[in-house]
Ligand binder design. Structure first.
Ligand code: SAJ
Length: 417
């Protein structure tokens, strides 16, 4: 085996399962994270992430001595970078990718690099980032040759994006095909050799720029398709047509497959990655940019619906707003997970709690407690009993199991009832 030691930088939703699966194959893995409590938790054999099957793999690997976590990397044969690549808004209109975590990761292991090492970037990144990595490391280590300026470099660098779905990460990380783009063909081959340790899907070879763009394209494609569904939902509302029924009928056409509207697009991927394309090619990325705008505006459209409903109740039931109870069902960014990052459901619930002076109940079966909010976490039963307005925001299984509740006003943003 050519990779005896691997360092995985960033122990989040992608880095931790990746580190765990390599160590599960009896390769010594050092998981690196700047967060001390994450490091301690993993060294204690548990995880800070809720993902099916992950706990056991991490626990087994730590017990067997193949997985360790630390704040700093050490000399390894391969370095995998799985750190966040958020965007900065600054004053510019188009959000700008923030590569500072990638650069810090490079700086943390540059001194350990030796001839023959492999570096793989997994973080979603703008086109050209893998080349930036090569240049950056070359500046730090002029004693070594790098792929941007050598045909047979000492250091191999490739881009291999993660493509796994939160909630099904462990299964998908093993089974999904991988797109692997090295800065040279040899870099690609080396990265394939590395991932073959646990990946059962096909290894699809390409160059780094194409691999970077593939990842952005996948998430932008989904964003554009969801925007189409969200736009349809607003049009149908105006025309008094049930959008769920419409989509299900249109989808009977053999070549039509419309996605589902919702309260907006959340999570840390689809709502972010399209901006990386728009930022690079602003005048040509028209549709991609417009899709972001459509999806980002959907939560405020839902809030306007809630305001209309409150007004209707004050008029028809002669209730004061302080006596109107609103129940928001779901806070996570999508069904059956506990992840609230960039969640439109959480944003909508918070915004309602800013203007509504009556009681606001949130029901989130995947979260036990929430602090510092103006709304309370309650049971579904309590919400059904007390609410004048029921706003369904996430299609959790628990909500799908029940019949449409008996509130004065039901706003179902996911077409569950
Ligand atoms: N959503 C809708 N309607 C739909 C589908 C999704 O409103 O028909 C919403 C969801 O509710 C959620 C958001 O879109 O708020 C994103 O959810 P998702 O399930 O589409 O995607 P993520 O963010 O959980 O994971 C995506 C996946 N990408 C694609 O499916 C192309 C995953 O494979 C990627 O690995 C992941 O992004 C990532 O890490 O980039």
């Amino acid at each position: 085996m050519i990779f005896k030691n691997i360092s995985v930088i960033g122990l989040g939703y992608i880095g931790l399962p990746t580190a765990a699966l390599f160590s599960n194959k009896k390769i010594h893995v050092l998981g690196v994270d700047i967060n001390k409590s994450v490091v301690e938790k993993i060294n204690g054999g548990s995880t800070h992430i809720v993902e099916p099957e992950l706990d056991k793999i991490v626990n087994d690997s730590v017990k067997n001595g193949y997985l360790k976590a630390a704040i700093h990397p050490k000399e390894s044969d391969a370095y995998i970078i799985a750190v966040p690549t958020p965007f900065k808004t600054n004053n510019s209109q188009i959000p700008e990718p923030d590569l500072s975590f990638v650069i810090s990761a490079l700086n943390s292991f540059a001194a350990f690099l030796k001839k023959g090492d492999l570096i793989v970037l997994e973080s979603t990144s703008p086109v050209g980032t893998t080349e930036i990595i090569s240049n950056h490391l070359n500046q730090k280590r002029s004693d070594l040759t790098f792929p941007h300026n050598s045909d047979n470099p000492d250091i191999n660098i490739a881009y291999c994006p993660e493509r796994v779905l939160p909630g099904n990460i462990v299964k998908e990380i093993i089974k999904n095909d991988r797109v692997i783009g090295g800065l040279t063909e040899k870099c690609t081959k080396k990265a394939i050799e590395l991932y073959s340790n646990f990946v059962e899907g096909e290894m699809l070879e390409t160059d780094s720029r194409t691999a970077e763009m593939v990842k952005l394209t996948e998430n932008s494609c989904r964003d554009v398709q969801i925007a189409f569904a969200n736009e349809l939902s607003i049009i149908c509302d105006e025309l008094d047509i049930n959008v769920w029924n419409l989509i299900s009928l249109a989808n009977k056409h053999p070549r039509i497959n419309i996605l589902q509207p919702g309260p907006g697009v959340g999570g840390h991927c689809i709502a972010v990655d399209p901006w990386f394309i728009v930022n690079k090619t602003p005048s040509n990325a028209k549709l991609i940019s417009m899709a972001r705008e459509v999806n980002d505006s959907k939560p405020n459209w839902v809030i306007a619906k809630v305001k209309d409903s409150i007004l209707e109740i004050t008029k028809s039931l002669k209730k004061e707003t302080k006596d109107i109870t609103i129940a928001c069902l779901g806070l996570s960014f999508k069904a059956n997970i506990d992840d609230i990052r960039e969640s439109p459901a959480l944003y909508i619930t918070r915004e309602i709690s800013k203007f509504h002076d009556g009681e606001i109940i949130a029901v989130e079966p995947n979260i036990k407690k929430i602090q510092g909010e103006r709304f309370k976490l309650e049971s579904l039963e309590c919400a059904k009993k007390k609410a004048d307005i029921i706003l369904l925001l996430v299609d959790h299984d628990e909500f799908k199991k029940i019949e449409s509740p008996n509130a004065y006003k039901i706003i179902d943003t996911r077409g569950v009832w």
